[in-house]
Design a protein around this ligand. Structure first.
Ligand code: PLP
Length: 389
């Protein structure tokens, strides 16, 4: 039996309750459904990376890491970013190792957004942005990406900017749509924010997962935007170790100073043995440069397996997510569709409405292809059995 508290409950997050993610997760578990819902990779990481973590532990790297991160890891990151994107970050003052991208996002928003500020972000969106903005006493301003391209309407952004706008949150490649910003998008963003105090918080956790020869147009590829951006990324997505909870932020020194202050009291430091292992692992570029190809094969496999399904697949430019439309054969809500897929067909996906604060329903479901081949085959087979009605 649970115990009632002796105090009056006052919630800071009245809208955060049981999310559709946990409802779907429970239903999927009850029905033992094939899981194309969850974003976490369904295959192991490289055994050699685990061996390096083990070795780091045996070598005695088991106490607090330096507060802003293990120096050789920060050096390796600075080199990677300079080589790939052309931007030089100072190792001492502009790079922070965080306990996951989630921590980096939280620390950046908490440090840089004040009560009364407005923060523009784009829906469908990763679920942490709006609640974390609210926790600062600030106002999340949700703009909708244009369906079906999931592109940003820059005129709409211009119209939404007010003297209170403190931050614009970008996510590229994008979860859940699988789209990515173009060089032209960066030009537009730079023009809109020029001569303003607007900070760009750029969530780039899928930076190494881009398809068909695309380049990553992150903020570090644009020298002007880099000067006003905090970029957040995650080793979890890049090395198939989402449970290790290590990520990083890079930003100009004056912005980073503030982010570090929050990180200091939030986590103090990220896991030491993982940082030691990643420092060595990053020195071999093929460990991250091979990722696009690896996931492109999975994307193409899932797309070809679903050719016989009644769903229409939207193109995926990056990340490990694919959207499937059923608008042409059913007017069920997207959560009813997902419940039917789980209970009647034994396969789980995520309804796209879960990524909108107002529950917008475009009759789209999100499939994850971060799965082994057998799971992709079984999941696709189940989706193909669904009859259009
Ligand atoms: C867009 C986006 N940002 C951030 C995260 C969180 O990354 P991490 O697991 O490193 O906290 C995720 C994880 O799903 C994500 O999809």
């Amino acid at each position: 039996m649970s115990m009632a508290s002796a105090v009056t409950r006052r919630t800071k997050l009245p809208d955060v309750g049981t999310t559709i993610f946990s409802v779907i997760g429970q239903l999927a578990a009850q029905h033992n459904a094939i899981n194309l819902a969850q974003g976490a990779p369904g295959f192991p990481c490289d055994a050699a990376l685990i061996a390096r973590v083990n070795q780091a532990m045996r070598d005695g790297h088991n106490q607090y890491a330096p507060m802003t991160g293990y120096l050789p890891l920060k050096e390796a990151l600075a080199e990677k970013i300079a080589n790939l994107y052309g931007q030089t970050y100072d190792v001492a003052s502009e790079i922070l190792i965080t306990a996951s991208a989630s921590e980096g996002l939280y620390a950046a928003i908490a440090a840089l957004v004040h009560a009364g500020d407005e923060v523009i972000f784009f829906e469908p969106a990763f679920d942490s942005y709006a609640p974390v903005i609210r926790l600062q006493g600030a106002t999340p301003v949700a703009l909708k990406l244009k369906v079906p391209q999931f592109a940003i309407d820059w005129d709409e952004v211009r119209a939404a900017i007010t003297p209170r706008t403190r931050m614009i949150v970008i996510n590229t490649p994008h979860n859940p749509s699988g789209q990515a910003l173009s060089a032209e998008d960066l030009t537009q963003l730079a023009a809109l924010t020029r001569h303003s105090d607007i900070i760009v918080l750029s969530d780039e956790v899928y930076e190494h997962i881009l398809f068909d020869g695309r380049r990553h147009h992150g903020m570090a590829t644009h020298p002007e935007l880099a000067q006003r951006s905090v970029i957040v990324s995650s080793f979890g997505k890049t090395f198939h170790v989402t449970g290790w909870r290590v990520g990083y932020c890079v930003a100009p020194a004056d912005l980073m100073d503030e982010v570090v202050k929050v990180h200091q009291f939030l986590m103090y430091a990220a896991d030491t043995p993982m940082q030691v292992a990643f420092a060595e692992w990053l020195r071999e570029p093929s460990h991250y440069l091979s990722l696009s190809n690896f996931y492109q094969q999975k994307r193409d496999l899932l797309a070809s397996l679903l050719q016989e399904s009644p769903f229409q697949l939207l193109p995926t430019a990056g990340s490990f997510f694919m959207l499937a439309s059923y608008d042409h054969f059913s007017d069920e809500s997207d959560s009813d569709m997902v419940k039917r897929l789980i209970t009647a067909h034994g396969v789980a996906a995520i309804p796209l409405s879960a990524f909108y604060t107002d529950g917008t329903d475009n009759r789209l479901i999100r499939l994850s292809f971060a799965k082994d081949e057998a799971t992709l085959q079984a999941g696709a087979q189940a989706l193909c059995l669904l009859k259009a009605r």
